[in-house]
Design a protein around this ligand. Sequence first.
Ligand code: PAF
Length: 274
Amino acid sequence: MNIFNNINELRNSLRGKVPIAFVPTMGNLHTGHLALVERAKQSSDCVVVSIFINRLQFLPHEDFDRYPQTLEDDCRSLSALNVNSVFAPDEKILFPTPQEFLLALPSIADTLEGKFRPGFFRGVATIVLKLLNIVQPQVAVFGKKDYQQLHIIREMVRQLNIPVEIVACETVRAQDGLALSSRNQYLDREQRKEACRLFQTLSQLKNEIASGRKDFPALQQQATQLLSQRGWSVDYLSIHKRSSLMPAQAHDEDLVILGAAWLGKTRLIDNLEI
Ligand code: PAF
């Protein structure tokens, strides 16, 4: 496995390799990331994984400075999976000058995550576009855990005619249902026990809807109240159409429930398709 910091060296090593399957990450890899890599391997013998903590997608008060950095361990895990190339650039390689060109995103990027993390998706879309331009893969794999991110990247690729197939991977969960995330390690022991409640709440909502309830605002409110009573601070728990991520109406089908909530100082997100 080759580890690249330099863009030209990465590109030279990839010359003539088709198809390339790409998995962008911010490192601190867990089983969820490794599932993305396994999926990429189904599409190609040539898998490239990027590891880059992207400053553009963090708000000033967020955890950019303490985001876990575990490059050595990450490379060990990726090597064990026979990944071809890791692209782990320094900041000055991706941002040799301040990144003044930023994408303008559709209004869906200002809802849900975007409402609570203004500018987040602009930062994500801009770095993903840069990485796609650098790696020029035929396939790129993203997790459904970041459901809105996946939606926005799909739309970006479609509307900007980027020649890459976006492949979605199911969320990997701990035994108790908690979606795997690098941020789970911020939870203390008590919080970790409580954390699976977010998924349980989404599952209860799913059951209610599956049994025919259509009063989505009331369901959302009830679920929010239940979590709040247990000490969570809920940013949103909300039922949407899968295709557009617009709020679901009673007659809509193919829905997804999206949630984000704080447990102490840790913000967890999750979602469940119905
Ligand atoms: O999902 C992530 O880890 C990040 O948002 C991504 C896609 C690697 C862009 O920095």
